[in-house]
Write a protein that binds this ligand. Structure first.
Ligand code: HEM
Length: 250
């Protein structure tokens, strides 16, 4: 007869891989925690934090990209609920790379220059995680705006009749959240670069820091921001015409 599991059995790993426990084997912590420079190779003790912040951000951006790609496929298939669920999760993930930038606000300029000396021509412009955001954003926009068009409404109508087109309206707002997160990342990153190396210098990638300011102004979904102007203009025009005909506030 098969013996019931004993408490000690759960301590024995059953998964293949390196590490004494299944936790280490499943998460491959051995490899993960060997990806930072050892103490003796660090150009400054703060380099450990600098590397961990960047590596964590790459992982989180990769996670966000995975969910955004899944959301894109759901929108294409017309499954707006699952798309919204995944877009929300991707936006939640993006919150952390933004927060992590503030950990690096604690680096002081002279110390950072010691770390910077070891970056070669490395530049955040080469970040695979951030580039994947810039790549997926227009693809998501394409499936979303196609769906709005197929529904036979304008963006302004989508906002006016938001209860009727609840799922699509929710997606519009989640895409705007995504856009806002990217802009917030860029804004907070610009401030980080300005406070550590200055706003009028050249980055390690050979570009002036000022390009960060220009890129920060870029919107992923300009249409979703512009529709707000249209709505305000419509409301103002109708208020003015009500006032002119004597039906305004008393
Ligand atoms: C001490 C901290 C940091 C400094 C001084 C800094 C500085 C810079 C500079 C000067 C650039 C312009 C390109 C160039 O290098 O020539 C840049 C771009 C960039 N950096 Fe950083 N960076 C820092 C931390 C980070 C972190 C933690 C991330 C997280 C992934 C990051 C991601 C990026 C990205 C994505 C870009 C391109 C931005 C865009 O497309 O608008 N950086 N960085």
């Amino acid at each position: 007869m098969k013996q019931p599991p004993q408490p000690g059995d759960f301590l024995k790993p059953v998964l293949p891989g390196k590490g004494d426990t299944d936790y280490e084997r499943y998460l491959r912590t051995d490899e993960l925690l060997s990806l930072q420079k050892p103490v003796a190779e660090r150009l400054h003790p703060d380099e450990h934090t600098f590397q961990i912040v960047h590596q964590s951000s790459e992982l989180l951006l990769r996670g966000a990209h995975n969910e955004l790609e899944r959301a894109r496929i759901h929108i294409e298939k017309g499954d707006l609920q699952n798309a919204a669920h995944l877009l929300r999760r991707a936006n939640d993930l993006l919150h952390y790379p933004i927060d992590l930038l503030h950990v690096l606000d604690t680096l002081t300029p002279y110390d950072y220059h010691l770390i910077r000396a070891g970056l070669g021509h490395g530049s955040g412009l080469q970040s695979p995680g951030f580039l994947s955001m810039l790549h997926i954003a227009p693809q998501l926009g394409e499936v979303f705006f196609r769906r709005v068009k197929e529904t036979g409404i304008t963006l302004e109508e989508l906002y006016r009749r938001n209860q009727e087109f609840f799922g699509l309206h929710e997606l519009a707002e989640l895409l705007l959240d995504f856009d806002q997160r990217i802009q917030k990342f860029r804004f907070d990153h610009l401030k980080l670069a300005q406070r550590i190396i200055g706003g009028n210098v050249i980055g390690t990638g050979g570009n002036p820091v000022d390009i960060l300011r220009q890129r920060q102004e870029h919107a992923l979904y300009k249409e979703l921001w512009d529709v707000r102007n249209q709505i305000t203009e419509r409301v103002s025009a109708s208020t003015m015409s009500q006032e002119a005909s004597g039906h305004g506030d008393q």
